[in-house]
Design a protein around this ligand. Structure first.
Ligand code: THG
Length: 291
């Protein structure tokens, strides 16, 4: 087994360490107009209050990093992304995961960010590698590498591993260490392919075993189009943590997600004396008695 690498991400005032030897790090997914119609409508109207509220609520619910996506169709993405990030940085102290496909928006975001951010994302296409990895190096960031390239998302775990290897190798050539590359095996929905979950789990195992790198994943993707998504997402999340997932992009406001992460960490021996589990239980009880 390869050594578990540690990725360090920071804001101006906080540092987060990600590793299979440490508790799971939740990356809050909610600041994203692509996945959320209400956020889209608000941002189109220049209303950032929902962003502020989502930032605060997600951190209170246990998110250690916040994903920030400002992909509003037709908008000036570099400007909007900076505004959304500034709002989040004013409202919370946690490090950010900058979620954009636009290299110009990414550069604009990196120029105002204080600390070491996580860039979401690069993929195995030469065009993406050549545009994104130099920015990762220039701004001393960490980056999420998606297991896809110009031919799409490979259908086998072995072929996804090969894309991960390509990204890690190119990063290394630019002087970006493997611990600053976090691999995303890509969760597709089981609503259209019942093997999608298994393929992603096997990819996690292969990548963790071969490279020791950290693993992220947009867990909610797994259940698009299916009913009772929170049960699927939370069960899948616990299984993926066992397979080697270390920093899921997920919705921390969902109780089933919170408890799945906490119970998985306890089950993996990452919660000494179960003290975090007990503390979280007491907090849930307190909340219930208040409501
Ligand atoms: N990998 C990486 N980054 C990602 C993803 C990934 N970023 C975007 C996405 N996938 C993760 N973020 C979300 C955000 C919201 C939802 C799912 C993933 C979501 N939204 C609800 C829905 O579509 O049903 C809507 C909720 C609402 O409108 O309030 O589920 O895979 N690296």
């Amino acid at each position: 087994m390869t050594e578990n690498l540690t990725t360090t991400i920071s804001s101006a005032s906080q540092t987060v360490e990600i590793s299979r030897d440490f508790p799971t790090v939740m990356i809050g997914e909610r600041i994203n107009p692509t996945g959320r119609k209400k956020v889209l409508a608000a941002l189109q109207e220049g209303d950032f209050s929902i962003v502020k509220q989502d930032a605060i609520l997600q951190v209170e619910a246990g998110a250690k990093i916040l994903d920030v996506n400002a992909g509003v169709p037709g908008a000036d993405e570099p400007e909007l992304l900076k505004q959304v990030m500034q709002m989040v940085m004013d409202a919370t102290d946690v490090p950010l995961c900058i979620d954009t496909a636009d290299p110009e928006a990414l550069r604009a975001a990196l120029e105002i960010y204080e600390g070491k951010p996580l860039i979401n994302s690069v993929n195995g296409e030469d065009k993406s590698i050549n545009a994104i990895l130099p920015l990762v190096k220039e701004f001393n960031a960490a980056v999420i590498g998606l297991c896809m390239d110009d031919t799409g998302i490979p259908s086998t775990p072995e072929d996804r591993l090969a894309v991960a290897e390509k990204i890690i190798t190119h990063a290394d050539k630019l002087g970006i260490p493997a611990e600053d590359v976090i691999i995303d095996p890509l969760a597709l929905t089981m609503g259209s392919d019942h093997n999608a979950g298994r393929i992603a789990l096997e990819t996690i195992e292969l990548v963790a075993e071969k490279f020791g790198v950290n693993i992220t994943m947009g867990v909610s993707n797994i259940s698009f189009g299916l009913p009772d998504r929170e049960y699927i997402n939370s069960t899948y999340l616990a299984m993926a943590i066992y397979a080697g997932l270390t920093c899921p992009i997920t919705n921390p406001l969902v109780t089933e997600i919170q408890t799945a992460v906490q119970a998985a960490d306890l089950s993996m021996g990452r919660d000494e004396y179960g003290s975090r589990w007990i503390k979280a239980y007491r907090e849930r009880q307190k909340k219930e008695s208040e409501s």
